[in-house]
Design a protein around this ligand. Sequence first.
Ligand SMILES: [Zn+2]
Length: 105
Amino acid sequence: MTGKAKPKKHTAKEIASKIDAATTNRGGGKAGLLDRSGVEKGGHAKLECPHCKITAPDLKSMQIHHDARHPKIPFEEAKLVNLHATTSVPESSKPRPGVRGSLKK
Ligand SMILES: [Zn+2]
C-alpha cells in the first residue's frame, strides 16, 4: 500500500460543467434552427427564399426550408436571392436588424 489514492468522486465544478454542457444552447438542434437560419438575427444570412422571403445562411439550410415549406414547388437554386451579392443596392432591401451599424454613411 502506498497510501490513500486520491478520491475520484466528482467535484462540484465537474458536475456544473456537465450540466452546463447539457443545458446550454450551442446553436444545435431545433432550438438553434431559427438562429442558424437567420430568421431572428437577419444579419449574417446569405440566401433569401423567393417564395416567402425567409433567409438562410447557406444553400443546405435553404434547401431544408424549401423541402419543408414549399414541397410542391421545385427547388431552384437560381431563384434564390443571394443577399451577399445584392448588398450594393441598400435602397431596395428592407432594413435588417443587427447590421445597422455596418452601413457607411
Ligand atoms: Zn420559403
